[in-house]
Design a binder for this molecule. Structure first.
Ligand SMILES: NC(=O)c1ccc[n+]([C@@H]2O[C@H](COP(=O)([O-])OP(=O)(O)OC[C@H]3O[C@@H](n4cnc5c(N)ncnc54)[C@H](OP(=O)(O)O)[C@@H]3O)[C@@H](O)[C@H]2O)c1
Length: 418
């Protein structure tokens, strides 16, 4: 029976991988690694406190006796500067692999699964060619001869494939889209911010739920990745016969849009869908436009689609612009909004940190872009992957976890009380 090592065991993707390994009778032992303790109770789990930013030599001392056939690398450190994100995250991966070489654990390794993400395609930089496919060219040198901001996954992917080729084990890289899940103490996730926006809107006079983003975004198509589904995918990819040495998109398998999700969110939280949702057509300065807390963000780089101009025969005009009729960051600073949050916090004993650390800027990007963001699951499906999750159901399940964790109010009580 094999064992597994999970780095980033306290994170959103890593904790889900640990959870699913625990449930899988095929796995005998799970080494969970992170700086803080995940507090898992399963007898299958052995936790090791490891700082992946330390040297390979230092880490090797902490990793004595930690060996497994499968590694799931879900550790991640967010950095705003792309070069710094590359330096930090590449070093963590490289030093960790070297530490396994030093302890000799690498000799037992069969497959190493690295969690990366859709930033691999440059989705954070603007509109990409869609659907996103694993064999799309990397976004490195620009056709202009210039270069794109560094994408840290590329360096991680190179480190991993080079180490695997040298030592004879296999690698897999997963590319999840925005992850629906939760890790204790980590409030930086889309579902928390969305849920807080909805719950506080319920308390505000009129309980209306204006869509923060732009009209084009409301009608655009997107996909999401359930942390649980991603974890199941990682377990599948670790042993599926032909999955080794491959990079895979990992999404729920449905395609969603806010024109479909927003009315459901409104209903769940007892809010009203404003009609019109986009007064004045959602166009600033047009008659009827309602300036809730609008914002326009102009990015300086071109759209990644530019790299595909010659192939698709269409010019990628202009630079990415985000428009929001309600800027979530400004909204979260409003005094009436903070007063409403305070009422919820006090009534239901919610965690103040959830409000302070909510990732409003993440919503700004995800709801403000006027293009779709969709990938294809064809590659994994052709190799036998059949997993699927319903995005709305996953979102609801995540809200329920957030309620239990004191991040969101219990929704049935919220609807009765306000
Ligand atoms: N969350 C999303 O929506 C999303 C979407 C697409 C892709 N991804 C990608 O998925 C990957 C994993 O992200 P995530 O969201 O799961 O991250 P996360 O929730 O922020 O968790 C990061 C994990 O890394 C650990 N870690 C950080 N620094 C460490 C260090 N120096 N030594 C040891 N452990 C360290 C943290 O534990 P300690 O702090 O306890 O050490 C934590 O367990 C990243 O590449 C991310 O870009 C995430």
């Amino acid at each position: 029976m094999p064992s597994a090592i999970v780095t980033g065991a306290t994170g959103i993707t890593g904790s889900a991988v640990v959870h699913h390994l625990c449930k899988d009778p095929e796995y005998r032992k799970i080494y969970s690694l992170s700086r803080s303790s995940p507090g898992d109770k399963s007898p299958k789990i052995q936790h090791a406190t490891v700082d992946l930013q330390s040297s390979a030599e230092g880490m090797a001392k902490e990793l004595q006796g930690v060996e497994a056939e499968y590694v799931f690398f879900c550790a991640y450190l967010a950095r705003d500067d792309p070069a710094e994100a590359t330096r930090v995250n590449a070093a963590m991966l490289k030093n960790f692999i070297q530490a396994l070489e030093k302890t000799g654990a690498i000799g037992r390794l069969k497959r190493f699964v690295l969690t990366a993400g859709f930033k691999h395609y440059g989705v954070h930089l603007g509109q990409c060619k869609q659907p996103l496919q694993e064999d799309d060219p990397l976004l490195e040198a620009k056709t202009s001869g210039d270069s794109w901001p560094q994408i840290f996954y590329y360096e991680q992917e190179r480190i991993l494939s080079a180490a695997a080729a040298k030592k004879g084990w296999e690698w897999v890289v997963t590319l999840p889209e925005d992850v629906l899940g939760y890790a204790r103490g980590n409030f930086m996730n889309e579902a928390s911010a969305l849920g807080l926006y909805c719950a506080v809107s319920k308390v505000l006079p009129g309980s209306e739920l204006p869509y923060p983003g732009c009209k084009a975004n409301y009608f655009a198509f997107n996909c999401w990745t359930s942390a649980n589904l991603h974890a199941k995918f990682c377990l599948w990819a670790a042993t599926a016969p032909k999955a080794g040495n491959n990079i895979f998109n990992v999404m729920n398998g449905d395609t969603e849009s806010f024109q479909n999700l927003w009315p459901r969110l409104a209903q769940r939280f007892g809010c009203k869908v404003p009609n019109p949702m986009f007064p004045g057509g959602g166009v600033p300065d047009s008659p009827g436009f309602k300036n809730y807390e609008a914002t326009t963000v102009r990015m300086s780089n071109p759209h990644p689609l530019k790299e595909h101009e010659d192939t698709i025969g269409v010019k990628a005009e202009g630079s990415p612009t985000l428009f929001l009729q309600v800027d979530p960051e400004k909204w979260a600073k409003r005094s009436d909004v903070n007063e409403a949050w305070g009422k919820l916090r006090d009534k239901y004993g919610l965690d103040q940190k959830a409000w302070e650390k909510a990732t409003w800027d993440f919503l700004t990007f995800v709801l403000g872009r006027d293009w779709s963001c969709v990938g294809t699951m064809s590659k994994a499906r052709k190799l036998g992957w059949t997993g699927y999750a319903d995005t709305w159901e996953e979102l609801e399940e995540t809200f329920e976890v957030l309620e239990r964790e004191g991040v969101l109010p219990p929704v049935e009580k919220l609807k009765k009380d306000f």
